[in-house]
Design a protein around this ligand. Structure first.
Ligand SMILES: *[C@@H]1O[C@H](CO)[C@@H](O)[C@H](O)[C@H]1NC(C)=O
Length: 662
C-alpha cells in the first residue's frame, strides 16, 4: 500500500518524495552503513557520526523549507494514509466470498460484545445483544405477515426511536432495502415519495397515522400494504404491527434468506430534492454504506466513544454509527435546553451535527457549566465560521470535523485540519482518486459558462465556481431511481475535454491556496434551509393549487445570522381575488414539511413580463424582502397564530439585526 502511495505521490511532486521517506518506518531508509551486507570496515565511527550529522541537519533545513511552503503536508499525508487504509479495508470486504455485509459487521459485534450498550433512548438501555434479538423478531414478523422476501423494498415513515434501528437491521436480515421517508412530509409529496421507489409495504409509526389515513385510498390503489406501529387498528386497510413483532420468535434467521446480497445491492433508498424538482430517490449500495460507515473513522471516533444522535435517522448521517461498536445515545428530537444535560448524564464524547444545531446551542443563555462535559469531537455539515468560533469559545476545546457530501453525490470532502469555516480540504491524494473542477457559472442565466470550444471554464484559485466531480468507476453516480430524466440533468459533459463526464453538485465553492474548500451558495431549483433541501418547484406547485393564486415563483433569500436561505414566494393572484392569510397558512402547513414553508410572501399583481423566468427570479432574489424598498404587499409566516401577517418595517429590522431568529 505504501509503495503504491509513494508512486502516486512521486508522479505529482517528485521533490517531496524525500521528505516522505523520512516519515516512513526506519527499515525503508536504513543507510548502507548500518546494514549487515555493507562493508563496516570501510568506515570509521567518526565518519558515521559525520554522515549522520549531515543527513540530520540537511533534512532539518529541507523540512523547514517544505513546512513553510506546504504547512499542511504532514496532515495531508496522514489523511491520505488513513484513506488508503480504509480503501484497503473496503476492498477486503468487497472481495470476500460470500460478501461481508454491513449487517455481518453488526452480527460480529453482537457476538463479540453482546452486553455492551448499543442504544440508550430516554430511560431505556439496549445492548448489542438486545439489538440482535429485537431485529430477529422484527424480521420474522415482517416475513410472516407482510410476506417480505429478499430484494423487496419497504418504505419506513418513522421518527427517531430504537424500533427504527431494529427495523433497519431486521430488513437487512431479510435482504430487503428500506426507503427512508422524511418524517415531516405529508399529502402529495408523501405519495410522490412512495411512487418513485417500488415499495410494496409502508411501515409508519402511530404519530403519523392521520397523514397515512389521508392518502390511504391512493396507497390501496397502488397495492401498497400499510402497517402501523400500534397494537390494534380499527381503520380498514391499516394493519397493526407491534403485536406481531411481540409475538414473533427471536431466533436467528438463516443467512440463506439474504444469499444474493453483494457490493452493488441496494441497501437503502434516501429521498432528496437534489438540485432540481420534486423529491427523488437515490440508491445507497452496500459499497456506499461502507464508505459512510468509515466517515467516523476519519473523524477519529473509536469503540470507546459515546455518540449523541439528535439528527433524524432517515438522513444518511448517523445511520452507520453502530458499526464502530460504539454506544449511541438516541434522541427523539433535538432540544437545545436538554442537550448538554443529556451529554453530561450519558458521558457523551461525540456529536453529529448540522450547522443549525450548533447555532441553537450558541443561542442558549451562557451558563457556569458550559464547559462541564466530555464531548471531544463533533462531526457534521453546514457550520458557519462565526458559529464555529463562538461554539469553541463557549464550550471549550472540541475537535470540529466538518464534511461535505450528499446521498446523491459521488464524492465527499473532509476538513481534517479543522480550519474554521471550511467544508473540506483537497490534497494530492484526493485530486488523484476523486478528480473535481470548479467552473464558472452564470447566476443570472443559471447556466455553465462555456468557452469557444464548448468546454467549461475553470476558475482561478480563490474564486467562486460550481463544483463538478468526475464520474469514474471508483466514484460512480447511482442516479435517481426510476427517473432517467433527472439523472441525466445532474450530469455535465465536455468539461475539461470533449467526451468527459462530471456530476453537477449544485454547490458554488471557493478553494484557497492551501486547498481548503469553502461553501458559498447553492444553485438551481433548490435552496437549503434548516439542513434540508427545499425544492422550489414543489413549493410553487403546492401554492398554485390554491384557488386565488394564478402563478407563483419560489426562491430562497439570505438572512444575516442564518445558515442557508429562507423560503420566499412571490404570488400573482387571479383577477379580483385577495390573499386569505390563514387559509394560505392552513394549506401550506397541511401540504409541506415545516422547513419548506415560505417564510415570506410577496404579492405581485403586475408581474414583470420581459426577460426569462430565470432572470425574473434572479431579480426577485436580489430584491429580497425589505418593505422599505419593495412596494408590493409583503407577509411573514406566523406559526403561533397559524397565519401570515403583514411584514412591518419593525419586524424586518429585528430580523435583519438578528434580534429575531427564524
Ligand atoms: C460517566 O463516567 C463516570 C466517571 O468515569 C462514571 O462514574 C459514570 O458512571 C459514567 N456514567 C455513565 C452513564 O456511564
Amino acid at each position: 500500500m505504501v509503495r503504491q502511495f509513494e508512486q502516486e505521490y512521486a508522479e505529482q511532486q517528485p521533490g517531496i518524495l524525500f521528505l516522505l521517506l523520512l516519515l516512513l518506518p526506519v527499515d525503508h531508509t536504513t543507510p548502507r552503513w548500518r546494514s549487515k551486507e555493507g562493508n563496516p570496515s570501510a568506515r570509521t565511527g567518526i565518519s558515521m557520526m559525520q554522515t549522520l550529522f549531515t543527513i540530520l541537519s540537511g533534512s532539518a533545513v529541507i523540512l523547514l523549507l517544505l513546512y513553510r511552503k506546504f504547512p499542511y503536508f504532514v496532515q495531508d499525508v496522514m489523511h491520505a494514509r488513513l484513506n488508503i487504509w480504509i480503501s484497503g479495508q473496503r476492498a477486503k470486504f468487497l472481495q470476500t466470498m460470500p460478501y461481508f455485509t454491513v449487517l455481518d459487521r453488526f452480527l460480529e459485534l453482537a457476538k463479540k460484545q453482546p452486553a455492551k450498550p448499543f442504544i440508550i433512548f430516554e430511560d431505556e438501555l439496549f445492548t448489542y445483544g438486545d439489538g440482535d434479538l429485537q431485529s430477529n423478531k422484527v424480521a420474522r414478523a415482517l416475513r410472516q405477515h407482510a410476506g417480505l422476501r429478499e430484494g423487496d423494498t419497504v418504505a419506513l415513515f418513522l421518527g427517531n426511536q430504537p424500533l427504527f434501528v431494529w427495523l433497519l437491521l431486521g430488513l437487512a436480515k431479510l435482504g430487503c432495502a428500506p426507503a427512508l421517508m422524511n418524517y415531516g412530509i405529508r399529502a402529495s409529496p408523501l405519495l410522490q415519495c412512495l411512487s418513485c421507489t417500488s415499495a410494496k409495504v409502508l411501515i409508519a409509526d402511530a404519530g403519523v397515522r392521520g397523514a397515512v389515513e389521508e392518502v390511504l385510498p391512493s396507497l390501496r390503489q397502488k397495492g401498497i400494504r400499510v402497517f402501523i406501529l400500534g397494537e390494534a387498528c380499527s381503520s380498514e386497510g391499516l394493519e397493526a404491527l407491534s403485536d406481531k413483532i411481540q409475538q414473533a420468535s427471536d431466533q436467528p434467521l438463516s443467512p440463506q434468506l439474504r444469499a444474493q446480497v453483494k457490493a452493488t445491492t441496494p441497501t437503502a433508498y434516501f429521498y432528496t430534492s437534489g438540485t432540481t424538482g420534486l423529491p427523488k430517490a437515490t440508491v445507497s449500495t452496500e459499497a456506499k454504506a461502507w464508505a459512510a460507515a468509515f466517515l467516523l473513522t476519519h473523524a477519529h471516533v473509536g469503540a470507546q466513544d459515546r455518540l449523541y444522535l439528535t439528527l433524524p435517522l432517515y438522513h444518511m448521517s448517523g445511520l452507520h454509527a453502530g458499526l464502530h461498536g460504539i454506544t449511541v445515545v438516541l434522541k427523539r428530537k433535538f432540544s437545545a435546553s436538554q442537550f448538554w444535560a443529556d451529554c453530561r448524564r450519558h458521558n457523551v464524547t461525540v456529536i453529529l451535527y448540522i450547522g443549525e444545531i450548533l447555532r441553537y446551542l450558541c443561542n442558549t443563555p451562557a451558563g457556569a457549566d458550559d464547559r462541564r462535559h466530555r464531548v471531544r469531537v463533533v462531526v457534521g455539515n453546514g457550520l458557519r465560521a462565526d458559529v464555529w468560533r463562538l461554539f469553541l469559545q463557549r464550550f471549550g476545546k472540541i475537535r470540529i470535523t466538518e464534511f461535505y457530501g450528499s446521498s446523491d453525490g459521488n464524492t465527499a470532502l473532509m476538513n481534517y485540519p479543522g480550519r474554521v469555516g471550511a467544508v473540506g480540504k483537497v490534497n494530492f491524494y484526493h485530486r488523484r482518486v476523486a478528480p473535481y473542477v470548479l467552473v464558472q457559472f452564470d447566476p443570472e442565466r443559471e447556466e455553465l459558462v462555456r468557452d469557444a470550444y464548448g468546454l467549461c471554464v475553470q476558475v482561478p484559485t480563490g474564486e467562486t465556481g460550481l463544483f463538478l466531480s468526475k464520474i469514474t468507476a471508483r466514484n460512480p453516480f447511482g442516479g435517481y431511481l426510476n427517473n432517467p430524466e433527472q439523472t441525466e440533468r445532474k450530469k455535465v459533459r465536455d468539461v475539461v475535454e470533449k467526451g468527459d463526464l462530471f456530476l453537477n453538485s449544485g454547490d458554488l465553492m471557493k478553494i484557497d491556496e492551501d486547498g481548503f474548500v469553502f461553501f458559498q451558495d447553492r444553485v438551481g431549483d433548490t435552496f437549503r434551509w434548516k439542513g434540508e433541501n427545499v425544492a422550489t418547484t414543489e413549493v410553487a406547485s403546492i401554492l398554485t393549487m390554491m384557488d386565488s393564486v394564478l402563478d407563483s415563483n419560489v426562491y430562497g433569500v439570505q438572512l444575516p445570522g442564518h445558515e442557508g436561505r429562507a423560503g420566499m414566494a412571490t404570488l400573482t393572484l387571479k383577477e379580483g381575488k385577495t390573499l386569505d392569510c390563514s387559509e394560505t397558512f392552513a394549506h401550506i402547513s397541511h401540504s409541506l414539511p415545516q422547513f419548506a414553508w415560505p417564510q415570506f410572501i410577496r404579492i405581485q399583481n403586475d408581474p414583470e413580463l420581459t426577460g426569462t423566468f430565470k432572470q425574473v427570479k434572479f431579480r426577485l432574489v436580489k430584491e429580497g424582502f425589505d418593505p422599505s424598498t419593495i412596494r408590493d404587499p409583503l407577509f411573514i409566516v406566523d406559526p403561533g397564530r397559524k397565519t401570515y401577517s403583514p411584514l412591518t418595517q419593525d419586524c424586518y429590522d429585528s430580523i435583519w439585526s438578528g434580534k429575531v431568529k427564524l
